[in-house]
Design a protein around this ligand. Sequence first.
Ligand code: GLN
Length: 536
Amino acid sequence: MSKTKFIFVTGGVTSSLGKGIISSSIAKLLVARGFSVTIQKLDPYINIDPGTLNPYEHGECFVTEDGAETDLDLGHYERFSNVPTSQANNVTTGVIYQSVITKERQGEYLGETVQVIPHITDEIKYRIKLLANRGEYDFIITEIGGTVGDIESLPFIEAVRQMRWELGSDCVVVHLTLIPYLAAAGELKTKPTQHSVKTLLESGVQPDIIVCRTEKHLSEGIRNKIALFCNVSPSSVIESIDAESIYDVPILMREENLDLEILKKTNMPYDQDPDLTDWEQFLYALKHPSCEVNIGLVGKYVELKDAYKSINESFIHAGTSNGVKVRVQTFHSEFLDDSNVAEKLGKLDGILVAPGFGERGIEGKIAAIKFARENKIPFFGICLGMQCAVIEFGRNVLGLKGAHSTEFNKATPYPVIDMMEMQKKISGLGGTMRLGSYPCKLVRDSKVFPFYNQENINERHRHRFEFNNDYLETYTNAGMKPVGVNQKDNLVEIIELENHPWFVGVQFHPEYKSTVARPHPLFVNFVKAAKDYADK
Ligand code: GLN
């Protein structure tokens, strides 16, 4: 195969146009043509990673196999392309500066004045090429966070300019902009796009392809106008019309020949069409569900649509594979208690208690779990959700009054959830949790075993606290069983309840591993249980 090609995706006019979805769609189309592809996100903020960011800032923090806490766009990359990402796939300004400053302190620059150009831009280029150095990929797609013209993204755009100059046709720049529709004038307007391309040009970058986000179809005339004013051929003006689902976008981009334009510009073969049969089947199933199930998502960031992104997407995958539409209703755990759970959660077919940190809303989660347990409603607890299930069981079944996690009450008489030994010595925040993929051994004689149908599984983690093994026997004897255990550190990873149709708590995050091609077995079976419950 020829050498790696680089695709840069920049954004203009406004944020939230869907660069991540366009990048993921490009990846999907190239993978469907048999190319090997990876996607990387460059984020212009100064945090080292989004791990310490409040979900209100940037939504969910996505975790990779190798334990990187990353931008949620990496979740889209994996869900679309089915290719796992890694630490190297998300680079922030913070990472770039940290490594340049470290090198400076170690004398690596031999007395030079350390500057944005070339030192920062070289470091950015190094991080982009790092993925290519692995020799595994035909294409590296690099999404530049933010909007062109932002002060923060200037060094990244400059790195793109330099790479284009160095690489010629091994490199292509895709610019995503907005074509707003002015209802009063009854017209689509190209001016903001012209301006954003001019802004890119001021930094020396001529986009090769312009993807136009729009709510109305682009006429031939509009396409020609954009081509003329932005120095691209009309075939390089790609319409990205608002879609019913993000999963429609690869098909729409295929119809617009976005993949073909990229292949032509990078001198790559395009004699074979992408094989999208599976994707089309998925889309058909997504749009033709046989019935609906109602699942309650109990968490404390429910007002924020991106905070539980991967969980919501996992429900789409799992619903589709069950032929049902999963309607996810959110419930703010701060406003739930024993007196109102029946009224609020009574009509649901399944209850999922979300991951999280901090004490706010914990008692509401516990009330929701008690309700699900007592009324035999399918229950799925993820990370903090599992920990709350353990606390609930301790307090209400085992009679351990005041049982708690030491995350919330250090003086609890029954610390049924406690900090992991390995976490006790750690002081700083950021990348210090138990992160990424760890093995887990399933008990053959368990309800979850057939879901996976294998004894040894690997799942991704992001936590500091853990089931306290001092209570293992008491819990097991009373019917809350550890059915998945990390053998090396003896950590309980999965609990399930006897005498309940579906009550599973997992210390890991299955939502990070669900993709269109491979819906996560726990979500698939949870939705199935919810459907059975609804049928009854
Ligand atoms: N706060 C809990 C812990 O650190 C749960 C974390 C989570 O839900 N991701 O263990």
